[in-house]
Design a protein around this ligand. Structure first.
Ligand code: HEC
Ligand code: HEC
Ligand code: HEC
Ligand code: HEC
Length: 448
């Protein structure tokens, strides 16, 4: 993960000279010396708290709230979109929890990005009523009217700022009741209006960097384009007269950007992507409340994860093969006592304990890797119904065990491999995973 710049422990507490834009700006338009500070996030994908799968990890609402709460200079707080990570019930609940926390932090606007399109009009407008406004210049409902506010007019540091949003058209799956018009045409139509009303125009964009550069070249009236980070953050850069920047990192970073006008025509941008680690958490109780709300909302509920829908890659749907079924690790015990005892002594066998302690034992996005066959008809459902699958069991690596219960496993038991491990020991949960080393810890070849 590339960061924009290194920052010290006193992170972001406004080092340097504070120029008071209020005194300088006239009629909300930038003058020499005007400054505008914009904090923004994007691609937070429903990450409410760090999972802490590999020790203390960064990110989540509490640390973000902690960072925001420490800031003393005026700022706008924006999001480039993709607040959630899917359209199924639990994913919508996560998005809702995230938006509740963002409301408490005082977010000014969120762009409608790809993941918001997945939701369709009804769910989107419900989420839009939670208190953080969605903006979009080119997402429409079925009647052709804007599905959210086309733009917002905000005041900050004496400047009148118009904030609008764009999302790529014709590329993303779009839930029912929404359609997307071509972004270039939409912004071209809107700009004259925004110029009349505001001195600064900020576009939040779920567009790739090439389209962003093109927009900046063609529409110098746009002050800044904050766009979708894809696997990496993009440090502030001036393209013609427009500042562009993005931030990425599944809720682990917040971008802290300052726009400075040396003259009304000459803008410069600088900033940093701040890693939201434990320096900023624990934070305000008020933000913790949105997480508690989520845990409560999913408690004792089972979700239909087979439900089709975009964004479902999180849950790998493992289809049962030829009548074979999961049977649980106990079935293997009588013939493989050595392997069983080794497994029992290791953390794979207690993987649900970790979730229970963290309070996420009902949360599908966690349960998927901490159990046997979650989201399949014959795998884990709840601890009550299927305690035998409430762990990382033999069958996570060797495949369904019904055909093994009478022995004769040779050629039938799936061979575990590095690929098997990496289904769960992923980059985001266990970046330091080293197959040779980890395998040495859990290997269970019996010495004859
Ligand atoms: C993609 C798979 C995956 C998902 C999803 C996942 N985990 Fe994990 N989790 C792991 C792996 C792998 C480990 C072991 C990492 C290691 O060996 O260091 C782990 C370990 C843990 C531990 C034990 C850490 C320790 O040191 O004792 C906790 C707690 C945990 N996860 C919580 C969560 C929570 C909470 C969620 C949901 C927000 C979650 N996990 C989602 C794969 C996952
Ligand atoms: C009735 C006894 C019996 C049961 C129950 C049993 N196995 Fe086996 N398994 C064996 C024997 C015996 C072997 C030695 C190789 C052979 O002859 O198939 C073996 C071999 C294996 C191997 C090595 C396969 C290879 O190709 O070298 C794996 C992996 C395995 N078993 C996994 C499991 C798992 C997982 C379960 C539980 C779902 C299980 N076994 C249940 C008897 C059993
Ligand atoms: C985290 C993945 C994982 C889990 C969990 C796991 N195994 Fe294995 N197992 C492997 C791998 C990898 C190998 C070595 C490659 C192979 O032969 O499949 C192996 C090998 C074996 C072998 C062959 C050992 C030998 O002497 O050659 C047996 C038998 C076996 N496992 C049984 C079990 C049983 C029973 C359980 C549950 C109690 C279990 N395994 C849990 C991954 C796993
Ligand atoms: C189904 C998901 C899954 C798969 C597949 C998986 N793991 Fe894990 N692994 C986990 C989780 C979850 C934990 C953490 C359990 C906990 O503490 O909650 C973990 C923990 C571990 C640990 C720490 C064990 C200890 O007792 O300290 C090692 C080592 C490990 N895994 C190695 C492997 C290897 C090697 C493979 C592949 C052969 C593998 N895992 C496959 C999910 C998985």
């Amino acid at each position: 993960m590339r960061r924009w710049g290194l920052i010290g422990v006193s992170a972001g507490i406004a080092a340097g000279i504070v120029v008071v834009g209020v005194l300088l700006a006239r009629g909300g338009r930038p003058v020499a010396g005007s400054r505008l500070r914009v904090l923004f996030t994007g691609e937070t994908m429903g990450e409410l708290e760090p999972c802490n799968c590999s020790g203390k990890m960064a990110g989540g609402l509490p640390a973000r709230g902690g960072y925001v709460a420490r800031q003393t200079r005026e700022f706008l707080l924006l999001d480039t979109g993709n607040v959630g990570n899917g359209a199924r019930d639990f994913e919508v609940l996560r998005a809702e929890a995230a938006l509740r926390g963002m409301k408490d932090m005082g977010y000014d606007a969120v762009n409608i990005g790809e993941h918001e399109l997945w939701l369709g009009r009804e769910k989107l407008s419900r989420l839009g009523r939670l208190g953080v406004p969605f903006v979009s210049a080119n997402v429409l409902d079925e009647t052709g009217l804007p599905a959210a506010k086309a733009y917002l007019l905000l005041k900050c540091s004496g400047l009148a700022v118009a904030v609008t949003g764009l999302v790529e058209s014709g590329r993303y799956e779009t839930g029912s009741g929404l359609r997307v018009s071509p972004p270039r045409e939409a912004i071209a139509r809107l700009i004259p209006q925004l110029r009349r009303k505001a001195g600064v125009i900020i576009v939040l964009a779920d567009l790739d960097v090439e389209s962003v550069r093109q927009l900046a070249r063609d529409f110098p009236e746009i002050t800044a384009i904050l766009f979708r980070g894809r696997g990496d953050s993009h440090a502030p850069e001036m393209v013609n007269r427009t500042a562009i920047a993005s931030v990425y990192g599944e809720a682990r970073y917040i971008a802290d950007l300052t726009l400075t006008w040396e003259t009304p025509q000459h803008l410069s941008a600088r900033g940093e992507a701040v890693l939201l680690d434990e320096r900023f958490a624990p934070s305000l109780k008020i933000i913790q409340a949105s997480i508690e709300w989520y845990k409560h909302a999913v408690h004792e509920r089972t979700f239909d994860l087979a439900q089709p829908g975009p964004g479902s890659e999180l849950i790998r749907f493992r289809q049962p093969e030829n009548g074979n079924r999961y049977v649980g690790s106990e079935t293997c015990k009588k013939c493989h006592p050595y392997q069983y005892e080794r497994w029992k002594a290791q953390r794979h066998s207690r993987a649900m304990d970790s979730l229970r302690k963290a309070g996420y034992d009902w949360s599908p996005e966690c349960v998927v890797c901490h159990t046997v066959g979650y989201a399949t008809p014959d795998g884990y459902r709840t601890m009550k119904e299927t305690p035998q699958f409430g762990c990382v069991g033999c069958e996570d690596c060797h495949g369904r065990g019904l055909i093994l219960r009478n022995g004769g496993c040779k050629g039938l038991a799936r061979k575990g491999s590095e690929q098997t491990c990496r289904q769960c020991h992923t980059m985001s949960k266990n970046a330091a995973f080293d197959f040779q080393k980890q395998w040495a810890i859990i290997q269970h070849k019996e010495k004859k």
